[in-house]
Design a protein. Structure first.
Length: 752
């Protein structure tokens, strides 16, 4: 018999121990992430009294896959459009928190005389709060629908995307082992270039591909295609110098804009859970008890740094973002922990060999302690605010709240600001697309044409053919760069507003024309030996031809419309199926009330009742504005509307009202069956005797269904099959009937 590979033995040990430990943690109502870490600690070589894994390299390989799929799933739940709709408030809070916590981490590391790279990576780890742990804590405490929780989740989304950028930056810093300004700037430009390029090309191509094959894709094929795209982008990301996790996140963000995003997210979740569990188990394997004892003081100090730093500086950051003092404190106290991204950053540092071995277990220990304290910190926020409110002067409280209200009032942008912003974004995006197109043509097409046309005499023909094809490829991008926004409402308003605006407006057009000419100049300079004056002249002529060409105009508009359609496909699908949130939601956020969604459980006592019977407004003070059912929306349902299981109620109210409403919807349920085995349905034969009370009665008059909760399924008349029992037939002595019911009900019926 063949020997079982070590990988299977390790996998069996990891999953069995992880399953047992997580069941215990589930019973204790603790985050499963901690259970995985504890399971890893138990199966690690550092525990001599338990079985341990054989091949750590294979486990780390699976863990790397887990990181990739975890970030792919994170990308599926992420949307750049969401970030744009958030406004400046969460962006200000996120950037401030990351800056403060990173600096605190660096200062703590320097206080213990750790190396420079240890301090830098420690700062990155302390800046990342845990999305998983906070979401779970909000869910357990019944706070997920409250207004401040939505703000925290917005900041966590931004932290996750900035963590991806931070990983790329840390990789660049680690490779050079220095913090040069030029290197950092180059890294930022490289990240921005590939991020915009992949998103634009991906949102254009991937939804188009999925739309073409939509009729042929089932769940199995969609899962394989999605993971294939994830792995392909991960490979491509590593080829250009980024991590595989960065590429997986980008592909998830691209697929998040497709109609299939929700299906993909559900299909990928089991895969993510499996490999993610292995990753967190591998985190626990690196915990060495000796290191924890030796570094007990740094661990304690880091825990205090996170708790106090997030409570004070985190609250201050949310205050800067426009939150009231109470809301800012609830947000800041909620983020007092570190989690999965801290482990990923620590894994990056270990894989690059730039951080010390002790740092990983120290960070894991800090994460475990702060995770246990997270629910208590969330509960502590309100008493801490009440204490401040009693001791701070009322003028200070009022001025802070007044500041937050002023920050929330958005000021109308000027026409110049809007126009220049839109022109700048268009110029950057189309310049990146043009640069990428030229790079692809010169890397692949030019060598191919030179092979087809060998020899010095034909060399220039190959260059000319490649140049013409390149110009035709980039022509729609150059035209859009030059002409887009020249007929916008802002441009027309500024042109009519004053004669002094006309020269600057013409200058914006000339600048974009010069950029387009520069691209043509570069192509000519790369493929020919013309003089500069001739190449500039060719550039001007080509750009002019592109601007006045009807074919290029039609092509440019078609490509842009297709891109916008792909970008809006998920929003269109949400509108068609009634999932899109109402437009007035944004106006409610400036007040004490907002909108939240609650799903009616399958065993709810509310199902089958009308809204009038439930009387939710009088009981809980909330108002049901819409009901989502089966992909359809019912707006402003009347009192006769009946509630069904899995209905999603969109409710308007305050945080306090939502808390009461959530408790009611969770508690008013049938509950679980304690004696499920006794509910089995059985089939029994019943002979009507001479003393039976059923003789002379019809089926309805007998009460077999109503009184005894049993059902007559047939009458035995000596035939091969049972005869259907007619409702108006009366029971007679000697009738043989077959009855279905629960054991207890059948026993009661037989005794009659």
């Amino acid at each position: 018999m063949a020997e079982l590979p070590a990988l299977i033995e390790d996998l069996a040990l990891i999953l069995v121990v992880a399953g047992i430990v997580t069941l215990i943690f589930k019973r204790l109502k603790q985050p499963l992430v901690l259970g995985y870490i504890v399971a890893g600690f138990l199966v690690s070589p550092n525990m001599p009294y338990t079985a341990s894994v054989i091949d750590m390299e294979n486990v780390h390989l699976w863990a790397d896959i887990g990181v990739m799929f975890t970030l792919f799933s994170l990308g599926l739940d992420f949307s750049f459009k969401k970030i744009l709709r958030m406004g400046a408030s969460p962006i200000i809070s996120t950037c401030t928190i990351i800056f403060f916590m990173s600096m605190l981490g660096v200062c703590v590391g320097q206080a213990f005389h750790w190396s420079k790279m240890d301090c830098i990576f420690l700062g990155g780890m302390l800046a990342m709060s845990s999305t998983t742990i906070i979401y779970k804590a909000f869910d357990d405490l019944g706070l997920r629908q409250q207004q401040f929780a939505g703000m925290v989740m917005s900041v966590l989304i931004l932290e996750d995307i900035l963590a991806i950028v931070m990983m790329v930056m840390l990789s660049a810093v680690a490779s050079g082992n220095e913090l040069g300004g030029g290197q950092m700037l180059g890294s930022v430009v490289k990240i921005a270039f590939f991020l915009i390029l992949w998103l634009v090309v991906g949102i254009f191509a991937v939804p188009l591909f999925l739309r073409q094959v939509r009729s042929m894709i089932n769940n199995e094929v969609l899962l394989v295609v999605s993971l294939g795209l994830c792995c392909a982008m991960a490979v491509f990301s590593t080829k250009v110098g980024f991590s595989s996790a960065f590429g997986a996140f980008i592909m998830g963000s691209i697929l998040a804009e497709t109609v299939e995003a929700e299906r993909i997210e559900k299909l990928v979740e089991p895969v993510k859970n499996l490999f993610g569990a292995i990753f967190f188990v591998s985190v626990g394997m690196l915990v060495d008890p000796k290191i924890l004892v030796d570094y007990a003081l740094p661990i304690l100090l880091l825990v205090l740094t996170i708790l106090v730093g997030q409570a004070l500086l985190g609250s201050f950051s949310f205050l800067l973002g426009g939150q009231s003092l109470k809301s800012a404190m609830r947000c800041g106290f909620s983020m007092a922990q570190i989690g999965e991204f801290s482990f990923i950053i620590a894994s990056l540092g270990l894989s690059l060999g730039v951080i010390s071995d002790f740092l990983y277990p120290v960070v894991v220990a800090v994460s475990v302690i702060t995770t246990f304290l997270t629910p208590y910190m969330i509960r502590l926020a309100t008493p801490a605010y009440n204490h401040l409110e009693r001791h701070l002067p009322k003028k200070v409280i009022l001025s802070l709240n007044h500041l937050s209200m002023n920050n929330q009032q958005s000021q109308q942008q000027s026409n110049w600001k809007r126009l220049l912003t839109q022109m700048g974004i268009n110029t950057v995006v189309y310049s990146i697309l043009t640069s990428a197109s030229i790079a692809v043509m010169f890397t692949f097409v030019l060598p191919f044409t030179r092979k087809l046309l060998p020899g010095w005499e034909l060399h220039w023909y190959a260059n000319a053919i490649t140049g013409i094809l390149t110009v035709l490829l980039i022509a729609p991008f150059l035209r859009a760069m030059v002409m887009k926004k020249n007929k916008s409402e802002e441009f027309k308003a500024l042109w009519r507003e004053s004669n002094r605006n006309r020269l600057p407006l013409i200058f914006t057009i000339l600048v974009r024309i010069m950029i387009a000419v520069a691209f043509i100049f570069y192509i000519c300079n790369y493929l020919s030996r013309f003089t500069n004056a001739l190449m500039i002249s060719i550039g001007v002529i080509v750009v002019a031809a592109i601007i006045f060409s009807r074919w290029v105009k039609h092509r440019s508009i078609t490509l842009e419309r297709l891109f916008i359609q792909n970008l809006r496909s998920r929003d269109i699908e949400a509108q068609v199926h009634g999932k899109k949130r109402p437009l007035y939601e944004g106006r409610l956020l400036d007040r004490d009330i907002h909108i939240a969604e609650f799903e009616v459980p399958s065993d709810s006592l509310w199902m089958g009742q009308t809204l009038k019977q439930l009387n939710l407004g009088q009981k809980y003070g909330v108002h049901v504005s819409s009901i989502l059912r089966g992909g359809h929306r019912v707006n402003i349902p009347d009192g006769d509307y009946i509630i069904f299981p899995y209905d999603v109620l969109q409710v308007i109210g305050s945080d306090a009202q939502f808390a009461t409403f959530r408790d009611a919807i969770e508690k008013e349920r049938f509950g679980e069956e304690s004696d499920l085995e006794m509910r089995e349905m059985k089939l029994r034969q019943l002979v009507i005797g001479s003393d039976s009370p059923f003789i002379g009665k019809t089926l309805i008059e007998s009460g077999i269904r109503d009184i005894y909760s049993c059902m007559v399924v047939g009458l035995e008349e000596g035939q091969e099959s049972l005869s259907a029992y007619r409702p108006n037939r009366r029971f007679q002595e000697g009738d043989i009937i077959w009855v279905v019911g629960e054991q207890e009900a059948l026993d009661a019926l037989m005794k009659v």
